[in-house]
Design a protein around this ligand. Structure first.
Ligand code: WTA
Length: 652
């Protein structure tokens, strides 16, 4: 091959080995797991499945693999809620706290494993009384309150699959998902608290449910006390049904390959895909990765994942991974800037959080707000930090390391997807010397290769990220559309799963994620990743966040346009814009110098915090905007248009 698939510009040379102290106490401190998995990955996963989970019937076959269909732990039977609850209570740790829940207004609930088991059994009986049976689907549209994991676990107890719909979605999005899944019941709440006010949920369900003929009942948790309309015979209050419910509900013995949940990923244009996850393999990989990637010490740790349970991160690393391991977690309802911009750090301090798992987009927001916010709190309880959801720019990584981690906490930058179910590429905190911005290496048992257009393996440099073998928590398909499953994930590179992400491998074999391949820019024939130019911009001390797109250009094919948010203490000016363009050229090379840099107040993001570069391309090319329904805040784009027309950099 003569030309690289995606060019490799950004060179990051800092490395951070775990401290001797961390490594000495870590669950994994050498390469034995990797060696074991390399020798026989099926046997490795079988050992994890048997050691980490309780099976009511042992499995006969570890893996049946008929590309693209995998079946893991065939013949095995287990119940996910029994693995997350009953066995811990039976083992005598029913008094351990499962969740320190905190509402946005400051109200709290402390929920032990025994409490959770009691509530889950009752709610399973409630669902059963509403006609839910093994094999059914139940939609859940809720704020971040304890009844949300309760509802999920109650479904799992009965063998019904849940389909959690993120609480920020509109009635149309609810309708699409409930119809597609053929859900029987919707569990919701009157509302939840966000930014100091009640945000209503039930009216959205009301607007959706008329178009959902399969739904026979709606269960409503009273959270905010906002007025709601209850339809007789269809709508029921959670607390009323719970008060009348039988307290005992035995868990169903489920087959390893029975459906545990559907979770819809919204493609930017096409119909959302109902990603299918099953029981035994999913729970094995999330329990394994949770334990070892976060180095869990369940007796003493207080773990906090700040994601929403409506995304896969919350499913795997707020609900199933932590509970399967008997961990203690913080569950927080609201936003990070209510009542002040130090809410996160206040929570860390008050609960003595030991592991914090959050998103790069949140970290860049904290950078913009400034280091004085975390500095007001004692964060010395933290011993490990994690990130997920996007590539993390090296400067954001350094800021997290220094201002949140106090320079002492290993950072696990975890690459994975809704489709992979669990973490796939990540440091092991007691072993891996990290490099800021690199997700480092595949977990034991996971096969990753970077390939060129033709599917040839690349030893060093940029290309496309592929997975070379099945893994236990892989998606089992797209609900109702097997062809789309095969063509989306398994047809680009025969025999491999194509993740849709660009990646590069450096001279030491470290993996660097380069963003979605749809976002790669082509400037005068150079294939440049948006991630690398963004990292170069964020490397400048005035910049908190950057989004880069290729806008069509008569001369160069595409020209690089950078949108930047500056830090609170920086001043927007033409000089700064010139300096930023030059900074990129100096940092990673003149080919990557942006043609324009525009200082903006905000960036368009999906509700899960991913930057919507497609909309920024529309702005850069002066086009009408495409579909904006997945945008978290639709007013942002107007502000960006205004900055592009009138602010510094507009004359370029
Ligand atoms: C991106 C979230 C770089 C990637 C768990 C992936 C990342 C998509 C990382 C999946 C990371 C996630 N570094 N990129 N550590 N983690 N991504 O389905 O593009 O919401 O394909 O799952 O997020 O997003 P999803």
């Amino acid at each position: 091959m003569t030309e690289p698939t995606i060019e490799d510009y950004f060179l990051e040379e800092r490395t951070f080995p775990p401290s001797a102290e961390f490594a000495a106490a870590a669950l994994v401190s050498d390469d034995s797991l990797h060696r074991e998995a390399d020798a026989d990955f099926e046997a490795f996963w079988a050992r994890q499945a048997r050691e980490l989970l309780s099976w009511s019937r042992d499995f006969d076959t570890i893996l049946e693999w008929e590309l693209p269909d995998a079946k893991w732990f065939v013949g095995g039977e287990l119940n996910v809620s029994a693995n997350c609850l009953d066995r811990h209570v039976a083992a005598g740790i029913g008094d351990r706290i499962a969740y320190h829940w905190e509402g946005e207004p400051g109200d709290t609930r402390t929920i032990t494993y025994a409490d959770l088991l009691a509530e889950v059994q009752r709610f399973a009986n409630v669902l059963r009384s509403l006609g839910v049976e093994r094999g059914d689907r139940v939609a859940i549209y809720m704020p971040m309150i304890p009844e949300l994991p309760v509802a999920m676990l109650a479904c799992a107890r009965l063998g019904a699959a849940h389909s959690v719909i993120f609480g920020g979605f509109s009635p149309d999005s609810i309708t699409d998902r409930v119809q597609d899944g053929g859900c029987k019941v919707i569990v919701t709440a009157d509302g939840g608290y966000r930014r100091g006010a009640a945000s209503l949920l039930k009216p959205n369900v009301d607007a959706a449910v008329d178009q959902c003929p399969t739904v026979s009942a709606v269960v409503v948790v009273e959270r905010t006390g906002s007025p709601v309309t209850m339809v007789d015979g269809r709508d029921h209050w959670y607390h009323e049904l719970m008060a009348a419910a039988d307290p005992v509900c035995a868990p169903e013995a489920m087959g390893s390959e029975d459906l545990l949940f559907l979770l819809y990923t919204s493609g930017t244009t096409a119909k959302p895909k109902g990603i299918m996850h099953t029981t035994g393999g999913y729970l094995t990989q999330v329990a394994f990765s949770y334990k070892y990637v976060f180095d869990l010490k369940p007796e003493t740790d207080v773990y906090w994942c700040s994601a929403d349970i409506g995304w896969v991160t919350g499913h795997s690393y707020i609900v199933y991974g932590p509970l399967a391991n008997g961990a203690t977690s913080v569950l927080y309802e609201g936003t990070p800037d209510t009542p002040g911009r130090d809410r996160m750090w206040d929570i860390v301090e008050r609960y003595g959080v030991t592991q914090l798992y959050t998103a790069p987009t949140a970290i860049r927001t904290f950078m913009k707000w400034g280091a004085q916010e975390p500095a007001r709190h004692d964060l010395s309880s933290l011993r490990l930090l994690g990130t997920v959801g996007e590539p993390i720019n090296p400067e954001a990584w350094m800021w997290y390391h220094e201002h949140i981690g106090g320079g002492r906490c290993p950072i696990v930058d975890t690459w994975w997807q809704t489709e992979t179910g669990g973490q796939m590429i990540t440091p092991l905190p007691g072993v891996t010397a990290t490099k800021p911005g690199s997700a480092t290496f595949p977990l034991p048992g996971i096969g990753v290769e970077v390939v060129d257009e033709e599917g040839n393996r690349i030893e060093q440099g940029g290309g496309y990220l592929t997975l070379t073998r099945p893994w236990p928590s892989m998606l089992r398909g797209i609900w109702g559309d097997h062809d789309r499953y095969e063509s989306t994930y398994w047809s680009q590179y025969p025999g491999r799963y194509f993740a849709g992400d660009g990646a590069k491998i450096d001279a030491d074999g470290y993996l660097w994620l380069l963003g979605r391949v749809d976002d790669v820019m082509n400037v005068s024939g150079h294939r440049i990743s948006t991630t690398e130019v963004e990292s170069a911009l964020v490397d400048h001390h005035a910049v908190a966040e950057a989004a880069v797109v290729g806008a069509s250009d008569d001369v160069t094919g595409q020209a690089i346009v950078g949108y930047v948010i500056i830090r609170n203490d920086a001043v927007a000016s033409e000089e700064l814009v010139a300096e930023l363009r030059q900074h990129v050229a100096t940092k990673i090379g003149p080919t990557a110098r942006p043609k324009r840099v525009i200082i903006v107040p905000d960036l368009p993001k999906t509700r899960s915090g991913k930057i919507m570069r497609r909309l920024l391309r529309d702005v850069a090319e002066g086009r009408d905007l495409g579909d904006t329904t997945t945008l978290a805040d639709p007013t942002v784009v107007e502000a960006i248009r205004d900055s592009a027309a009138n602010g510094p950099g507009s004359a370029a």
